[in-house]
Design a protein around this ligand. Structure first.
Ligand code: ADP
Length: 263
């Protein structure tokens, strides 16, 4: 036929040394992108070669959170990703003019993802993080098909209702035969000036998802950490300098560092 041959995705080849993490959540707004960029920045700070694919079609907030303003360039037939803090970044938002909302459907998303994985000059990455859209939609399935060895990292809040949705996002691994590397609980509490913890969104969600997925998948899915609420985390994201770099002593930054260390 006239179709171009299937592009080769280096991360999916046997013997690839790149660890690929697909960062998933049930609902939006739980901090999935914030966790992704902070883990990326933390790993890069340790000297690892790190890339991020912003596959959150509806949110695509990764470039902003990493302070990336540059567009990708093209060299020969490869796309050169912009870099920030040593992290290579590619986002669907870089290929849409202005602030145009993305209304692509499944097959187009699949092709875009395939291009991000096959046609971007990533070099020899130690770690590739993929920020998925919330839920269990087309993109999660595409990632599973394109990079079957991608391990899922589930982000949830402590809220029980949120945890149930997050559990479904992780349980997709039973169908796709992927590994779930663990659960991150974000927005776990707010530390008050007197040192006490206010549990704004309740408690136990992260542990509940960990327990449920361990049971469903028949393999231990650990709770990797709990990240407190911290205004500085949001401010750092808004300013394009992740909190692990901007405020490394903040408890939220320390929690993220510990999670990155365990990956
Ligand atoms: P998602 O990717 O799940 O939609 P985001 O990472 O975009 O979520 O986070 C949603 C909003 O909440 C952002 O404004 C972000 O800065 C903020 N946020 C995330 N985690 C925290 C936290 N631990 N403390 C304070 N603000 C947070």
């Amino acid at each position: 036929g006239t179709d171009a041959p299937e592009a080769v995705i280096p991360f999916a080849q046997p013997g690839s040394l790149t660890r690929v993490y697909a960062v998933a959540s049930g609902k939006g707004g739980v901090g999935k992108s914030s966790v992704t960029v902070n883990l990326a920045a933390s790993l890069a700070k340790r000297g690892l070669s790190v890339g991020v694919v912003d596959a959150d079609i509806y949110g695509h907030s990764v470039p902003r959170m990493l302070g990336v303003d540059d567009k990708p360039t093209q060299v020969d037939n490869m796309i050169m990703p912009p870099q920030s803090y040593g992290v290579k970044v590619i986002s669907i938002g870089m290929f849409t003019p202005g602030n145009t909302p993305v209304v692509w459907r499944g097959p187009m998303l699949h092709r875009a993802l395939q291009q991000f994985l096959a046609d971007v000059w990533w070099g020899d990455l130690d770690v590739l993080l993929m920020d998925l859209p919330p839920g269990t939609g087309d993109v999660a399935i595409s990632v599973a098909q394109l990079v079957p060895n991608a391990e899922i990292l589930v982000v949830t809040t402590p809220q029980q209702a949120a945890a149930e949705v997050a559990e479904r996002a992780g349980a997709i691994a039973t169908q796709t035969h992927q590994q779930v590397v663990g659960v991150v609980e974000n927005m776990s509490w707010l530390e008050l000036p007197d040192g006490s913890r206010m549990e704004l969104f309740g408690s136990g969600g992260g542990q509940a998802v960990s327990d449920a997925l361990t049971k469903t998948l028949g393999a231990r899915v650990p709770l990797l950490g709990q990240i407190p609420l911290d205004t500085r985390l949001r401010e750092a994201g808004d300013a394009g300098a992740p909190i692990v770099l901007a405020q490394p002593d903040a408890p939220a930054a320390q929690a993220l560092e510990k999670i990155a260390e365990g990956l």
